[in-house]
Ligand binder design. Sequence first.
Ligand code: AMP
Ligand code: MG
Length: 328
Amino acid sequence: MTTPYQREKETALRAVASASHLLKGIQNDLKRSIQKEDRTPVTVADYGSQAVICKIIRDAFPEDPIVAEEDSKELSKPEHAEILSQVAHYVSASTPRISPREVCQWIDLGSGSISVRYWTLDPIDGTKGFLRGDQYAIALALIEQGTVMVGALACPNITLGTQGTKKGQGALFVAIRGQGAAQLDMSGGSPSEILVSTVSSPPEALLTESLEPAHSDHQLNLELARKLGIRQPPLRMDSQAKYAILARGEASIYIRIPSPQTPRYREKIWDHAAGSILVEEAGGRVTDALGQGLDFRCGKILENNYGITVTNGRLHETVVRALGSLLP
Ligand code: AMP
Ligand code: MG
């Protein structure tokens, strides 16, 4: 008897690994280019990654809608023909002679609607990290009846060991509901089970947060750390790589409260679906800032949730309580 969701897991891993390959190619070319402020590479990368992943999912699961971050509306405008041809160039490495029109069609496979069963995709999470050559992730998840059942995360610049933000050869992460979480090398080999940390005393916890101050309230996290007596400074990194390092026990707390610059911001499903199942299956807990479970049924935005609290589980109640006394 085969275990459930094996085919979904294998397909998701193959999809994020293929996209990683494409993105690494763009990043290598980026190193050679001199215009550091140019955002074109990340635009090309975003579209290229989405095209490749949507095509793989559609071929394997033709009935499943995909809800992804991008669509081809802007890209197909005549003034963006040069960008589109660059996207087609990178995609053609895996699919020779693909036309720009087909690339747009593949991208738009990601314009599906939230259904009883759907995939959600962030083709590049942490675009700032991607441009800097730091951490970024490709995040893909399958959701059924509002519950994330499978999650796959590629972190092409992470270390395979446990060395925080230090740059490495990259790793893939995968989880199936009820079957645990694993880390693999970038070619999908050497799978090993991952587990959250066993830290139960808040002062020993390492807290991770966004590098980008506009994406979460750093000041609030500082106050939380003081209240909990946390001794180490926060580990700041881009993307859902934060979920990955928490899932493998390197960090024990990840907090994301809207920054005072955007107090009404609500989180997007593709920024949390894959990361959250990874942490839960590694033994941790993921809720919003108030301790409520994440509700993936309401649309592209987690409308029913405020902020995100992720811990190794043992620290969850303590962190949610401490956070409650500090929230605006
Ligand atoms: P991070 O790498 O943790 O800083 O998160 C990157 C993600 O932040 C992006 O994929 C965006 O979807 C999301 N984002 C964009 N604007 C905001 C905002 N004002 N507050 C929180 N997250 C945001
Ligand atoms: Mg994102």
